[in-house]
Design a binder for this molecule. Sequence first.
Ligand code: SOE
Length: 387
Amino acid sequence: MIGYSFMGAAHSQAWRTVNRVYDLPARVRMAKICGRDAAKVAEAADRLGWDAHTTDWRALVNSDDIDVVDICTPGDSHAEIALAALAAGKHVICEKPLANTVDEARAMTAAAATAAAAGVRSMCGFNYRRVPAVALMRQLVAEGRLGTIRHVRATYLQDWIVDPQFPLVWRLEKDKAGSGALGDIGAHIIDLTQYVTGQRITGVSAVTETFVKERPLPGASSGLAAEVDGDATATGTVTVDDAAIFVARLDDGALATYEATRFATGRKNALRVEINGSLGSVVFDLERLNELEFYDATRPTAEQGFARILVTEAEHPYMAAWWPPGHIIGYEHSFTHEMRDFVEAVATGVDPTPSFADALQVQLVLDAVTRSAECGSQWTDVEPALA
Ligand code: SOE
């Protein structure tokens, strides 16, 4: 694993857990973790359960005793590390968004296709696909229970930078993060809605805004928490969006709206998706992730209404291995499910999803949103990742 902050910790927990929960054709050994700071990575290895640690990612991806490379670094190093790891014949799992630019994502997708021909697997870590209620939502759509989809309504709201004194962490710097709320959380709802509907976003019209343009420089930071540098008078420029809102068309004719913001005061990590079809509707809300609301318009009129499905039955995706019905799961389980699917795919020789090509499709939407917003919300087509 490369990176040991928020996502590194989330992935480590999943790697530690996956063989204890699921019966898999391979056993995970958490061989080595890599980070820039020798003391911090040593502490992280101990805390997160890795056998060894290093500050040299190139040596790590070329080690003979490593089979899988898990990339949990900021977006500016995804492409370089993934390309090196794939060239060294390692299976790669890479955090979202896949890259900071479409060009990088294209290069990674091409390398992944070449590697796949030699049996080397790759996957992008859009973990919310693996929330059981989301997987159930996709099943209902795929079974035709919603009929023809007319509307997709997706929001991902956070508030961790509302305070203008919150420091300029790497997520607010374009050269490190690629974009702001758009790529960090908007990417999740783009991927999730394309996954659930099986449809591709074909065009967008967008607005973006950076509400706070200068911020104090950061001192220590970890995950989403950060302190201002001791010299609180020094500031830097925010180079990413704080919020992005866009309308879109899907390739089956549905209309969609998306909102991603870090300025929704009071909303901590509020991802919500509603889909309306000719035969029914579904609603997923991450703050109630064990539930799915389903309106079945084919039921007798007198019995119609949004039903709350508690997604904790053994028949529900991923749930049989966990607890008895009604015993709920949380955020971190989505990562365990992600590693389960990845390990199974690698061990049985199939390509896992979301593939790098799926993630490139998301990157193309991010790019179109940015370009549309720069041109006064001009309608901007999104090309298919694979011609
Ligand atoms: C921060 O906005 C963040 O940690 C994202 O980077 C994650 O992808 C998301 O799952 C939660 O919020």
